[in-house]
Design a binder for this molecule. Structure first.
Ligand code: TMP
Length: 211
């Protein structure tokens, strides 16, 4: 039997509340990884597939979204994830790509579990079903004080979407939820202080990656 040699792919997720600088950091990391000749794919949650983008629209912008129950919200995020895991993530990692996930299952644990208060055993079981056990090798949590995050969001001057229109206490729970998760799974999570300059944050993230 022949031995198949394949360059190893890598699965990395970014997590953090709105305004933590996730998009900027993902862009900086993608550019630097590409310069080293790696194949890089950034996937956005919810979305990243045609089915997922329709679900994203329903969750964030559609008029009917305002009547959505928390249970429905959880299942829609999970549905989008079930699709992207099988349609994109697994094949890409198997082909040797570096896959950067802009949010993954931890967003559900934190937003629908900790913040919306849905039962954690249900959230965990649904996450497990949706991912089929596919977990990132590394999860970078960009941690930022809620007030600072709001200042950043308001500085952009754009209109807030459905999730961003939640009260401040919701985002306090988001932050604390993420920090508890990171503590519970220290082998997978790395917490980076997102109040630092984008360049410093980027260097810290870079130093966390396998050579
Ligand atoms: P983003 O474009 O800022 O990442 O927006 C995605 C929004 O959806 C954000 O408010 C977090 C929320 N979200 C959840 O509530 N649960 C999830 O599972 C995911 C992936 C996102």
């Amino acid at each position: 039997m022949g031995v198949m040699i394949m360059s190893a792919g890598f699965l990395l997720s970014f997590e953090g509340s709105e305004g933590c600088g996730k998009s900027t950091q993902i862009r900086l990391l993608r550019e630097r990884l590409e310069k080293t000749g790696r194949k890089v794919e950034v996937l956005r949650e919810p979305g990243g597939t045609e089915i997922g983008e329709s679900i994203r629209h329903l969750l964030q912008h559609a008029k009917e979204g305002h009547a959505m129950t928390s249970e429905t919200e959880l299942l829609l995020f999970a549905a989008s994830r079930a699709q992207i895991v099988r349609e994109k993530i697994r094949p890409l990692v198997e082909s040797g790509a570096w896959v950067i996930l802009d949010r993954f299952l931890d967003s559900t644990t934190v937003y629908q579990g900790y913040s919306r208060g849905l039962p954690m055993d249900a959230v965990n079981a649904i996450n497990q079903f949706a991912t089929g056990g596919t977990l990132p090798q590394l999860t970078v949590l960009l941690d930022l004080d809620v007030q600072k995050a709001w200042q950043r969001i308001h500085a952009t001057g754009r209109e807030l979407d459905r999730m961003e229109s939640q009260p401040t206490e919701f985002f306090e729970k988001v932050r604390q939820g993420y920090l508890s998760l990171a503590q519970a799974e220290p082998q997978r999570f790395r917490v980076v202080d997102a109040s630092q300059s984008p360049e410093v944050v980027h260097e810290q993230i870079w130093s966390l990656l396998p050579a």
